[in-house]
Design a protein around this ligand. Structure first.
Ligand SMILES: Cc1cc2nc3c(=O)[nH]c(=O)nc-3n(C[C@H](O)[C@H](O)[C@H](O)COP(=O)(O)OP(=O)(O)OC[C@H]3O[C@@H](n4cnc5c(N)ncnc54)[C@H](O)[C@@H]3O)c2cc1C
Length: 358
């Protein structure tokens, strides 16, 4: 149920082992939504440093990024850090022929039923197993199998300008994206995505979102010293970040965001989404238990949630302090390819500073 990253990956793996699934997608084609650039950051996927090599060597899943990130510019209100390392990849999503979901769809042979109105209950009745891959926790929540931890607002645009496609910008500044972040990801020499992403605020209204957006847009133009031309825009409100209580209930497998692949700290979830699709298929093919395969993601989710709660306590002076210290040895060391995941350690370190009710 859902022809996105986790659903399509699951289908590819099932087909390879002689099982032909039927895929139900409620949109009219794969990736039928706005185009945006997303990223894989090796800091968040370690011990895997190169996700595309990993998918290819471990699972014979061949995917192409739009580019690699060789320079990361992190900005706070008054400070700036430049990391000159290979820190990850940019990829495209949505209505674009190079979008990851379209690359996956090209490898799928099974039938995809578009414009599907089938409910989960109908699919459960009709099929031996259901892979719940709808990209949000709503259904899992209806089944009392999902804990929502936060919801997020994302407002973004495609802009035209001149970009170094290996260079990515991030802003940690509460006046642009309160308790969140803003970023610029180029997906060609002339096109980039600029986005603000932050937890939904109880008092939020359209006026406030526009205010943050205008401020960020001006800041991005100023920093790149260009007047960036907006060619497309999107807004996602109430994007749920949470985790399933059980990876599987009966013969229903919860994959991707239905499992809890979007990590609360920065909202990254593509890596885990693809892997949950692979592991659900592995379980169906008799290669192991889905719950066991996904236990490590559950632990990562918990660490990530701790980091999120920590980030919510930071003000612009602490961002300045952190960014200042990232510029130089600490930053280079943190982002260098490594088999250790420093975020786990940081999550233990910040734990005592987060009160119980958080
Ligand atoms: C704006 C934005 C930026 C992001 N940036 C990043 C990033 O930079 N890096 C990163 O790692 N992650 C990022 N993420 C998160 C990442 O995109 C998701 O974690 C990932 O796509 C989840 O994969 P999935 O398989 O669960 O769902 P998706 O890939 O979203 O697929 C879900 C599919 O299910 C379909 N569907 C929904 N309901 C039904 C239904 N009832 N019946 C049938 N089909 C249905 C949908 O149409 C869709 O095709 C971002 C998310 C957003 C919204």
């Amino acid at each position: 149920m859902g022809a996105g990253l986790s659903g399509l990956t699951c289908a590819i793996m099932l087909e390879r082992h002689g099982i032909n699934p039927t895929i139900f997608e409620n949109r009219s084609q794969v990736g039928d939504r706005f185009i945006n650039a997303e990223a894989f950051l090796s800091l968040l996927t370690r011990p895997v440093n190169d996700v595309f090599q990993y998918f290819s060597e471990e699972f014979q899943l061949y995917l192409k990024p739009a580019g690699s990130i060789n320079q990361l510019h992190i900005n706070s209100e008054n400070e700036k850090a430049v990391i000159k390392e290979h820190v990850g990849f940019v990829n495209i999503r949505g209505r674009h022929k190079l979008a990851l979901e379209n690359q996956l769809a090209e490898q799928v042979k099974s039938e995809i039923i578009f414009n599907s109105k089938h409910t989960y209950e109908e699919l459960l009745h009709e099929y031996t197993h259901v892979i719940m891959s709808t990209g949000d926790g709503s259904y899992a929540m209806k089944l009392d199998n999902y804990r929502e931890d936060l919801s997020v607002t994302l407002k973004g645009a495609t802009v035209e300008g001149e970009f170094d496609r290996f260079k990515v910008f991030v802003w940690l500044d509460n006046t642009l994206a309160p308790q969140g972040y803003a970023y610029l990801l180029p997906f060609s020499d002339t096109e980039a995505n600029i986005v603000i992403a932050y937890p939904d605020l109880p008092e939020e209204n359209e006026e406030m979102i526009t205010e943050y957006w205008d401020r960020f847009y001006k800041r991005a133009c100023r920093q790149l010293d260009q007047s960036l031309e907006i060619t497309d825009q999107f807004q996602v409100k109430n994007y749920k970040i949470g985790v399933s209580k059980s990876a599987r209930i009966g013969n229903t497998f919860f994959t991707g965001n239905c499992f809890g692949s979007a990590m609360p700290f920065l909202g990254f979830g593509q890596f885990e989404a693809i892997l949950t699709g692979i592991f659900a298929a592995y379980d169906l093919c008799g290669f192991g238990k889905y719950e066991e395969y996904t236990n490590t993601f559950r632990k990562s989710y918990d660490h990530s949630l701790t980091l999120r709660r920590g980030m919510e306590k930071l003000n612009n002076s602490t961002f300045d302090f952190a960014v200042k210290h990232l510029n130089g040895y600490i930053g280079q060391k943190l982002f260098q390819p490594n088999h250790k995941n420093p975020l786990k350690t940081i999550s233990y370190l910040v734990r005592p500073f987060i009160s119980k009710q958080d």
